[in-house]
Design a protein around this ligand. Structure first.
Ligand code: HEM
Length: 407
């Protein structure tokens, strides 16, 4: 389906134009992150593309980090590309700029601080162990369906106190909202999530519980509870944030470890070494960044010889920070002994991911519980993981679990 290309605005020099469609990147079926990184060095550090409504793209860490932190010049007001219709509801809190943003974000931060996440840990463990133990006798599994879409969703749906059986309904909606091929598909997913949440949000505003959903839909700004439509938007964003992301990262981890035996052995040998595991997790996250959020330029200004005009859209793919060889030497080599590795997979600045602590905990529990029971596994011959790029990049993998278990 051919999308209409945007016309090059007069303030964009012809030599800054590059054909870049992040919903359809060459080579992304094999390696999504490499497909993005192919523009580092082969294109201008900052270029403009006529795709997805026309927008700038930053490819280097130095600029991406500025654009993540400086909301005065690079606002979050519109994070989706191509832009949603003007009357689309604001995605709270992601499309709010400081100072108001912080007021909305407070209950999220309180629910996801280390002490709160620690309370969830036993539950995460139990779901992980039960799920893995059920898989081992089968000798193989479809990793995304049988594990990646089980652990984080069980944990998350418990946090917001929504029925586990709704997982089958919610996951396709979350998938469409971030990787739907057209703006219509993504807008429909937003509406479907809003429709699903109507009853639950009304109930939690009627009777406030101590679950995360109750906390966010009853947040008060300047002493006044947020409106019902804002509560729906907030609840939807948190569900989108928590449903698909960890599952995606787990899949990238599993795919990497299924195809890199030496790395797998290194982790298996040091599963009880917290410090090593922490570094290994950061290194795997650095290699597999996955979330994209766009920015809108707030006023006209010059930036590194380019003219940015008020209203310009801009994509600073955070995964490119981790793969920038100006910052991380030999970035495509995953090295568990790497020190000083830098990535921006969880964002930076006012909107840095509040779920990062929980996500890292789930990734650690996966490595420990999976590798202590299934130290050897590979991609099933004749199958190949499917990759999908979009606002959140994702991967599916069919993995063969070899017979060796280590109890
Ligand atoms: C590996 C897993 C995850 C990744 C890679 C990830 C990535 C991100 C990124 C990059 C941002 C910032 C957007 C930006 O500034 O560009 C973000 C924001 C957000 N994330 Fe996550 N996330 C993950 C897990 C989670 C989880 C588990 C939750 C929920 C419990 C969550 C909820 C949110 C929310 C609500 C925001 C918006 C925060 C705000 O606007 O202030 N994320 N995430």
């Amino acid at each position: 389906m051919e999308m209409q290309l945007a016309e090059r605005p007069a303030h964009v020099p012809a030599e800054a134009v590059v054909d870049f469609d992040f919903y359809n990147l060459p080579g992304s079926d094999k390696d999504i992150q490499a497909a993005y990184a192919a523009y580092q060095g082969s294109a201008p550090d900052i270029f403009w593309t006529p795709r997805n409504g026309g927008h700038w793209v930053a490819t280097r860490a130095e600029d991406i980090l500025v654009m993540q932190k400086d909301h005065h010049r690079f606002s979050y007001r519109h994070i989706t590309l191509p832009p949603m219709p003007e009357d689309a509801p604001i995605q709270i809190p992601l499309e709010l700029d400081p100072p108001i943003h912080a007021h909305y974000r407070r209950p999220l931060m309180q629910a996801l601080v280390p002490a709160a996440v620690a309370k969830l840990e036993d539950g995460v463990h139990r779901v992980a162990v039960d799920t893995i133990e059920a898989l081992v006798p089968r000798g193989e599994c479809e990793f995304v369906e049988d594990f990646a879409k089980v652990l984080p969703i069980h944990v998350f749906l418990r946090m917001v106190n929504l029925p586990l059986e709704d997982k089958a309904l919610l996951l396709p909606i979350a998938e469409d909202s971030v990787r739907g091929r057209t703006a219509e598909i993504r807008a429909k997913a937003q509406q479907a999530m809003g429709a699903y949440l109507q009853g639950w949000v009304a109930e939690r505003r009627e009777t406030k519980g101590d679950d995360l959903l109750s906390q966010i839909v009853n947040v008060e700004i300047a002493g006044e509870r947020i409106s019902f439509p804002d509560a729906i938007s907030y609840a939807a964003l948190v569900l989108f944030g928590g449903l698909d992301t960890v599952a995606g990262m787990l899949s990238f981890f599993a795919r990497f470890l299924a195809t890199h035996e030496e790395h797998r052995r290194q982790i298996v040998a040091r599963l009880d070494d917290d410090a090593f595991l922490k570094t290994a997790i950061e290194e795997l996250i650095r290699r597999h960044g996955m979330a994209n959020t766009a920015r809108v330029v707030t006023h006209d200004f010059e930036y590194k010889g380019l003219t940015f005009k008020k209203g310009d859209r801009l994509l600073p793919p955070n995964l490119l920070v981790g793969l920038d060889d100006r910052l991380n030497s030999d970035p495509f080599t995953v090295d568990f002994a790497r020190t000083g590795g830098v990535h921006a997979a969880f964002g930076n600045g006012p909107h840095a991911c509040p779920g990062a602590i929980l996500a890292r905990r789930e990734l650690r529990i996966f490595l420990r519980e999976w590798l202590s029971r299934i130290p050897d596994f590979r991609i099933k011959p004749g199958t190949s993981p499917e990759m999908a790029t979009g606002m959140v990049n994702g991967c599916s993998a069919t993995i063969t679990v070899s017979g060796r278990r280590q109890f």
